[in-house]
Design a protein around this ligand. Structure first.
Ligand code: ATP
Length: 230
């Protein structure tokens, strides 16, 4: 079903062709995890909930893959966390941004950002750095699922707290973000929403959070799973 959504999304001009390659890479890692939320990914989802809960101005960055796989779930998360939604694309065209804004509106999103593109993320080439002044540019916390390493690093250099969802615990994005949820976006987003609704010591969770340790635990999980296969 996910493959079909990605493929349909590409035919409709919502997903860039390289999004299909990224999806395949994700599938391979999901296979290694057993296509389920592993314990360290759940811990990371709690940490993501804490950062979103404590944010003054959080924004969820949406690309084509994220939209076609989990538009409704992202809208629900944005509403629960009081976060904004911005369409932000690596392969940006005004036409695709507009299509994705409409797609997100169709899933119930309001005030979707991304069309203005009136600010730049420093250090990125022109089109890749475009963002909205009222959105990602001024956000203190950004959730960037399925993000590219360069852009993740550039957001960190701007002083933002960066949360990502990435099935590859070895990617540059995974290693650069403050919180990396090593899980499929279709499971991770509703899981973060669920945790936001719970009661936790949010400050304590942020204080104790160690992303490197979490990534190590994800790799150890995969290692253990593979070595006990045959
Ligand atoms: P980096 O630049 O961060 O080193 P990359 O070159 O792989 O990594 P992209 O292709 O932009 O960067 O990132 C896409 C990432 O998203 C990949 O790591 C891929 O495993 C992951 N991914 C793809 N589909 C999903 C999904 N459905 N849920 C979670 N992660 C996914």
């Amino acid at each position: 079903m996910m493959r079909e959504k990605i493929s349909d999304g590409m035919k409709k001009g919502l997903v860039h062709e390289t999004g299909m390659i990224a999806h395949g890479r994700g599938e391979a890692f999901d296979y290694l995890l057993g296509e389920k939320t592993i314990p360290p990914a759940d811990d990371a989802a709690v940490a993501a909930a804490a950062y979103l809960k404590k944010a003054k101005n959080a924004v969820i960055s949406i690309n084509g893959n994220v939209a076609v796989l989990s538009a409704r779930e992202c809208v629900e998360l944005a509403e629960t966390a009081g976060a904004g939604i911005e369409i932000n694309l690596f392969h940006r065209t005004a036409e695709r941004v507009e299509k994705l804004v409409k797609f997100m509106e169709g899933a119930g999103a309001r005030d979707v950002l991304g069309m203005e593109a009136d600010a730049r993320i420093p250090g990125l080439e022109h089109d890749r750095g475009k963002c909205d002044r009222d959105g990602i540019y001024s956000a203190d916390v950004v959730l960037v699922p399925l993000e590219d390493g360069d852009r993740c690093e550039a957001l960190k250099k701007m002083g933002k707290q960066v949360i990502t969802v990435d099935l590859n615990p070895l990617s540059r994005t995974a290693r650069t973000a403050d919180v990396t949820v090593v899980d499929n976006v279709v499971r991770a987003i509703p899981n973060i929403t669920r945790h936001i609704r719970e009661k936790h010591d949010w400050n304590g969770i942020i204080k104790k959070w160690d992303n490197r340790k979490c990534l190590k635990e994800c790799l150890e999980y995969i290692e253990h799973r593979l070595s006990s296969f045959y």
